[in-house]
Ligand binder design. Structure first.
Ligand code: DGJ
Length: 747
């Protein structure tokens, strides 16, 4: 598990500031964050941008001459400014004054990543704050977080505790963020930063990536571009409530803050206790959004997505195929069908336990419903083994229903405020368990642990969470800790996941939360992937997956072929288009194969076979976004290139069938080796006659200068023509010597 690297031991501590004369560079291969420390004040941030060679004394991008910006502003002196940390001392003093409390230290861990720690302490009170900056040289990512320690004898109350602050200067800065809702996840919003405060926040309590996302891209040189301009990418690694904010003044100075949402979350820091904030990951690109995304993808796969450097299997999930209508023969039939189509895993979704015939009961009663599954889970794993596919199962461990044995036995285990009636959600009865309660944590751990231990052939868990915190109150926490509920809920969740991962390191776990409610690096170190959306309409998925690709790699995005009319939009998208879209992520199926024609099943079988040949490039390669669905150009195009640039996959989707729409039928490709030669093969081809360049070889330079002309309609028999068109081109490096038929496709 790569998440182990977070815990990796750091070697070689060394005093820093002395060696580099008060300037503290935090460096990656191509970027640098420059801090300045002196002996009397808390450190300043001077710069974040491309690496600077030589004399650093003139480097200052963050502020005009003579102005220094505190690296981690605290509340107290000059309270009109924005601060990242605010607390109340035991005597009621609400100010902090931080001073150096020792030499900054630097240490390299066994992955070659460097941690710089800057110890600070209040001038008078026994409160210590350590600023941490962890540089990932190869990925060009820097994580920052703080540790706040109460060294006194009485509790201190934290009222704001952000992970970090980054200043930047630009008179034409643009913020790209993701917004949406259930079934409309991952929409991209681009807006110019104007004077005042822009806030992005989430207060759902459980799911945190429907309406907003804890990640942003900030373009410093005007409107965002995929290939040019300076871009700062930021991702907060936190699965709970968060707040990101940019404060912009009238002179193009901005301060970006990110952290746990402080509202209603005052935290009593006990004597001797340290509060560690979640990490904020930063990346910098001077060649546009694309590079910033690729940095996040590389860093994510390597360090913050469970098994992120391994490809994920091709699966069939039962949800849209049968919903709650589960029984053993149907499950066995679906296993056989996915096996026949070349898939590798079958996942049984909701409906297998308690008396769960709809969404109004049984969460928490994790006993197999023997009416539906007389031979239990073992019967299913036996069936899966016989058919040569692996088996996966759905759970929703953080939840219960008022109509459940669990709730009847432990009504005190659900979130509920004193003297209030419970507030119920999905199905009219859903309740959220109180994860701040260690007994509840044990129950959750034991439930999943027992399921996996008793059924060692379970290879995959779809972990769902379908309700927000509906009433703010814990029946476990004492009166003076109620305001810590959000924070303690997520600590409890992480603690359960830590224990489960310790015991079951190899199981693949999908983070699902009412569709795409848990697309967040604060949970992905425990999870192998996330469910992008319950909206599986391929057309809509182009937008959702595009938006999420700003921050998350394709290996983490479950992308399934589903039935038409689509169960959310009722749109009827042809199977080829659905397959092509699913092939841009971790391909799977979400359908009852028995309802498909033999021809459609054959098509899917061939698509799965083709996907196996490209999935390493798609899931683990570099993404280049070419034409955005959010630019409304009637076309969406993207490509993946593997690390040695031996294989690439180019995608082109027509999204507008209006004759008046000028289509982008030719887009220069990106990311190829200009000196290499690539053979072109269309995948999932349906046209009567092949594309004119099928099987031909082109130089990487030609493809990146010119691209290839897309035939914008499928060449099909009359009566079989469809109003959609999509192309998937496989590009394979040729080892032969030129000359080739270069330029034959040049217009
Ligand atoms: C919500 C998920 O997003 C769906 O995929 C499905 O698992 C249902 N829950 C099951 O209740």
């Amino acid at each position: 598990m790569k998440r182990a690297s977070i815990l990796a031991t750091f070697l070689l501590p060394a005093a820093l500031a002395a060696a580099s004369g008060r300037l503290i560079p935090v460096s990656t291969l191509n970027t640098m964050l420059l801090l300045e420390a002196d002996s009397v004040s808390a450190p300043y941030i001077l710069y974040y941008g491309p690496s600077v060679e030589g004399d650093l004394s003139q480097v200052s991008l963050s502020a005009p001459e003579g102005e220094r910006i505190g690296a981690y502003p605290v509340f107290g002196n000059y309270p009109e400014g924005e601060s990242a940390l605010s607390l109340t001392m035991p005597d009621g003093n609400m100010t902090l004054e931080l001073r150096p409390a020792g030499q900054p230290e630097s240490a390299v861990n066994n992955d070659g990543n460097t941690l710089v720690s800057i110890p600070l302490a209040d001038k008078h009170y026994p409160v210590a704050v350590t600023l941490n900056y962890l540089a990932y040289p190869k990925e060009d990512v820097i994580e920052t977080w703080v540790d706040i320690t109460n060294n006194g004898k009485k509790p201190v109350t934290l009222t704001r505790f952000e992970s970090g602050m980054l200043p930047f200067r630009s008179t034409d800065a643009w913020l790209a963020s993701l917004y949406g809702t259930w079934a409309n996840e991952g929409r991209v919003n681009n807006e110019r930063l104007t004077p005042g405060m822009k806030v992005i926040q989430n207060k759902d309590g459980v799911r945190n990536s429907h309406t907003a996302h804890a990640e942003v891209m900030i373009s410093l040189d005007g409107k965002p571009s995929e290939t040019s301009g300076r871009v700062i990418g930021a991702a907060l690694l936190y699965g709970g409530n968060y707040r990101l904010r940019v404060n912009t003044d009238d002179h193009g100075r901005h301060q970006f803050f990110a952290g746990i949402h402080p509202e209603e979350s005052a935290y009593r820091l006990m004597p001797g206790e340290t509060f560690t904030t979640p990490r904020l990951a930063l990346t910098f690109s001077d060649t546009g959004l694309g590079e910033a995304s690729r940095n996040f993808h590389r860093w994510g796969r390597q360090y913050h997505v469970a098994h992120g450097t391994e490809v994920n299997p091709i699966l069939l999930n039962s949800w849209e195929g049968v919903y709650f209508n589960i029984d053993e023969p149907k499950m066995a039939q679906m296993m056989q069908d996915i096996a026949d189509m070349g898939g590798e895993l079958f996942v049984m979704d909701d409906g297998w336990f308690g008396r769960r015939d709809d969404d109004s009961s049984s969460l928490g009663d994790w006993e197999v419903d023997t009416r539906k599954l007389p031979n239990g889970i073992k019967g299913l794993t036996d069936e899966a083994r016989k058919r040569g596919v692996k088996f996966g199962i759905w759970v929703e461990p953080e939840m219960t229903n008022s109509n459940s044995e669990l709730y009847r036995k432990h009504p005190d285990w659900v979130l509920k405020a004193a003297n209030r009636d419970i507030v119920e959600g999905r199905g009219g009865t859903q309740l959220v368990l109180d994860l701040s309660n260690p007994q509840v944590q044990d129950f959750m751990f034991n439930m999943v642990d027992t399921l996996l231990a008793n059924n060692p052939e379970i290879a995959y868990v779809k972990w769902d969470a379908n309700a927000p915190v509906m009433q703010y109150g814990s029946q476990y926490l004492p009166a003076d800790r109620q305001s810590e509920l959000s924070i303690r809920f997520h600590r409890g969740f992480r603690s359960v996941m830590d224990r489960l991962r310790e015991k079951h390191p190899d199981v693949i776990i999908q983070a699902c939360a009412s569709g795409g409610g848990r697309a967040n690096y604060g949970v992905l170190d425990h999870f192998d992937e996330f469910w992008v959306s319950d909206n599986t309409d391929a057309f809509q998925r182009l937008g959702a997956q595009w938006g999420l690709s700003y921050f998350f790699p394709a290996v983490a995005m479950g992308s399934h072929i589903s039935a038409v009319p689509n169960h959310t939009t009722f749109r009827v998208v042809p199977l080829k288009f659905r397959c092509d879209v699913a092939m841009t992520g971790r391909l799977g199926m979400e359908i009852q194969p028995r309802d498909m024609s033999q021809a459609d099943r054959d098509f899917c079988k061939a698509a799965i076979e083709a996907y196996k040949g490209i999935r390493e490039t798609v899931q683990l390669g570099d993404l280049y976004r070419l034409v955005s669905p959010f630019d409304n150009r009637g076309v969406v195009s993207l490509m993946y290139v593997n690390a040695p640039k031996d294989q690439a996959v180019y995608y082109w989707f027509r999204t507008n069938n209006d004759y008046s729409a000028p289509l982008v039928t030719r887009t220069p490709m990106q990311g190829l080796d200009p000196d290499a030669y690539y053979k072109v093969t269309e995948l999932n081809a349906i046209d009567l006659k092949p594309l004119p360049y099928e099987g031909q070889v082109f130089s990487g330079k030609f493809l990146m200068d010119n691209g290839l002309e897309m035939r914008p309609n499928h060449d099909l028999e009359w009566g079989k023509k469809v109003d959609y068109c999509s192309r998937v081109l496989l590009l394979e490096r040729q080892r032969l010597t030129p000359p080739y038929n270069e330029g034959s496709n040049c217009r």
